[in-house]
Design a protein around this ligand. Structure first.
Ligand SMILES: *Cc1c(COP(=O)(O)O)cnc(C)c1O
Length: 370
């Protein structure tokens, strides 16, 4: 039986995810399956939890990968920590903040949104005013806004949230493994990420971590979490303790992949990984500006792993992306929402953030613009 697989293109992934995957991770995915309750697999689950604590810089007991892409991490945090009528504040400056408000409002929460223009960061003094006026059960923010390429000041916001008594929720799907994430130091109570961005692992798992304060809220719920699959009180019985209780069958292969991907990051060392992302970002920006592209975000707020650029005058961004994919096997990302048709999103996530990739892209762009 022939399949389509052998005919698929080998594409350099330089969009907003998925990112390039190291050969060692692909190899890990060919490891034969163990049973999902096998003692050896439980040992691997424990190792993955330890690795996640290291990359998230946390001592939280509840630190594990959710089965599902990054969005399952978002959903899990909200369905477990928010109950009907809870007051929730979402700090919003892009697509993923809009999603947070959608997810929270579906749970019957009273959602307040504090909006900032797309392409600019959340301003802590505005957050401070909002928090002084009202108390909240939870405040949510996106660390690395993949739709705009902006880094939000999550550490500073964390200090403000602590004074309000709210739980602090941070989405770092795009940040983790590319810029510093310090869950404990920043006072984050609910944290989630995804495997397919800077962790450079295929999509399929969502690392998640909850503080003691968040697990207290979970225990104090008046009603069961309205989602069985993502119920963390059930999932911890599978992921923690001497005897494990079956909940769902963990995606065994994805956990092998994550174990290997995290090992690569920890072996390189977090400071080196962050420095590599920064250096590749600077190389890319210099090259793009030489070619006549303009960066969309002001310098101090730019994410290294996700670059929004406006093409030179007269260049059709959709045609440029199409030509790069067809003629050069390079994938770039489109603009989302109000930025559609205006910007290109260039990802330098994880394994993608390597000199040969940046140089290959710049050469291809030069050819196309000529
Ligand atoms: C990609 C992304 C998500 C969603 O992750 P999926 O893996 O696509 O489900 C959530 N938040 C942010 C900031 C993201 O970049």
């Amino acid at each position: 039986m022939t399949t389509l697989l052998s005919g698929l293109s080998k594409v350099l992934l330089m969009g907003p995810g998925p990112s390039m995957v190291n050969e060692a991770v692909y190899k890990a995915m060919t490891t034969p399956l163990l049973g999902h309750m096998d003692e050896e697999f439980v040992g691997l689950m424990n190792a993955v939890k330890e690795q996640l604590r290291a990359v998230c810089q946390t001592a939280n007991d509840v630190t594990m990968p959710m089965s599902g892409t990054g969005s399952s991490g978002m959903e899990a945090c909200y369905v477990n920590l928010v109950e009907k009528g809870d007051r929730v504040l979402i700090l919003q400056n892009g697509v993923f903040g809009v999603r947070m408000a959608d997810v929270a409002s579906r749970l019957g929460a009273e959602v307040d949104v504090l909006e900032f223009p797309w392409g600019t960061p959340v301003i802590p003094s505005k957050v401070k005013e909002k928090l002084a006026a009202k108390s909240y059960v939870l405040v949510g923010v996106v660390h690395a806004e993949t739709s705009t390429g902006v880094e939000n000041p999550v550490e500073e916001i964390g200090r403000l949230v602590r004074g309000n008594g709210a739980l602090y929720l941070v989405d770092s799907v795009t940040g983790l493994g590319g810029i510093e994430v310090a869950v404990d130091k920043w006072g984050v109570d609910a944290f989630y990420s995804g495997t397919q961005k800077c962790l450079s692992c295929p999509p399929g798992l969502a690392p998640l971590s909850l503080s003691a304060l968040a697990t207290d809220k979970l225990k104090a719920r008046k009603t069961k979490a309205p989602n069985w699959y993502l119920d963390i009180s059930l999932l911890t019985q599978y992921w923690e303790g001497q005897t494990r209780i079956y909940h769902h069958t963990a995606p065994i292969t994805m956990n092998y992949a994550l174990h290997q991907a995290l090992a690569l990051i920890l072996e390189e060392g977090l400071p080196n990984v962050f420095a590599r992302h920064r250096a590749m970002h600077e190389l890319l920006v210099a090259g793009l500006e030489d070619l006549g592209f303009t960066m969309f975000v002001e310098k101090p707020f730019r994410l290294p792993m996700l670059n929004l650029v406006t093409p030179p005058k007269g260049v059709d961004e959709a045609a440029l992306r199409r030509n790069l994919r067809q003629r050069h096997n390079i994938e770039l990302g489109n603009g989302l929402g109000p930025l559609a048709g205006k910007v290109i999103r260039i990802g330098l996530m994880g394994e993608t953030a390597r000199k040969e990739n940046v140089e290959r892209l710049l050469a291809a762009l030069k050819t196309e613009l000529a």
